[in-house]
Ligand binder design. Structure first.
Ligand code: URA
Length: 285
């Protein structure tokens, strides 16, 4: 792809196809040649007539038996097992602010505090129905003190927008609140030390659904060694809260294929269905 205009055209093609996946409206201008080539090599999908839309996924592919299996009745799960009573939205906001100010911001309980610029507590609607949980802050998050503000964050925003929601309507947090050096995976003792903060956040917010992003997050929540490829898309339960594991946006960016994006969209659709929320019509194509 030596002609620069070919590269621009390829980028536009890739972006438009991504738009079908997540309802996007921006070009991923930083996509590398390798990422472009990877997407370009995946087979195109024919447009599906509107009257077949409900039986097709985002990419116009027929919904396969695996997806049907997801819509079969789910196993009965324990009811929320918190001892405290649920709070009002305002009480939740205050409780989260207090947890952040009084405990997280000054935390020096593990070695991750040594190199951090800022703690990254989490943000969003304290009364959110959906809580996304990632792994840990990266460089941009460490600088800004906010979760998912880098490239992976841009994609997460698009995933949320594709669900017909705004970022401010969900809550976003991580399993650890300080950046692991060089973006390495948080070590088990670091995760264990940080866990009470995340648990407290969940207990305050009491989302109806938790969406874990990537293997470390689901592995931590379920305390099991897990293959994210096998586990994603399968409902789980965390203390009685419905939990949907899906891929991490950084993984999607590294594996920007129709298959990966369709898988994530199918997971997010299940979340919308679970909450009785409409599935945006563009996404049904
Ligand atoms: N990746 C994560 O898991 N969390 C963030 O906040 C940013 C990137």
């Amino acid at each position: 792809m030596s002609d620069p205009s070919d590269k621009i055209k390829a980028r536009a093609r890739v972006a438009l196809r991504a738009e079908r996946a997540f309802g996007l409206d921006a070009l991923p201008v930083q996509m590398t040649d390798v990422e472009i080539a990877e997407v370009e090599q995946t087979p195109r999908v024919a447009t599906v007539p509107a009257n077949q839309a409900a039986a097709s996924d985002l990419f116009g592919k027929p919904i396969v038996p695996k997806a049907q299996a997801h819509s079969t009745p789910l196993p009965v799960v324990a009811k929320e097992s918190f001892t405290s009573s649920p709070l009002s939205a305002e009480e939740k906001r205050c409780a989260l602010a207090e947890l952040d100010e009084k405990q997280v911001k000054g935390c020096v309980k593990c070695r991750l505090h040594e190199k951090r610029t800022n703690t990254v507590f989490g943000e969003g609607d304290p009364d959110a129905k959906i809580m996304f949980i990632g792994e840990g802050p990266g460089e941009n998050e460490d600088i800004q003190g906010r979760p998912f503000v880098g490239r992976a964050g841009e994609l997460l925003n698009k995933m949320i927008a594709g669900m017909g929601l705004k970022r401010e309507q969900v809550y976003i947090a991580n399993i650890v609140k300080c950046r692991p050096p060089n973006n390495r995976e948080p070590a088990p003792d670091e995760v264990a030390t940080c866990t009470p903060y995340l648990e407290k956040q969940i207990e305050i917010i009491r989302p109806a659904v938790i969406v874990t992003l990537g293997r470390p997050a689901i592995q931590h929540m379920l305390q099991q060694k897990i293959s994210i490829t096998r586990m994603r898309g399968q409902w789980q339960s965390w203390r009685g809260i419905r939990l949907m594991p899906t891929f991490h946006p950084a993984y999607i960016l590294r594996n920007y294929t129709e298959e990966t994006r369709a898988a994530v969209w199918s997971d997010l659709q299940q979340v919308l269905k679970e909450l009785g929320l409409p599935i945006p019509s563009r996404a049904k194509r």
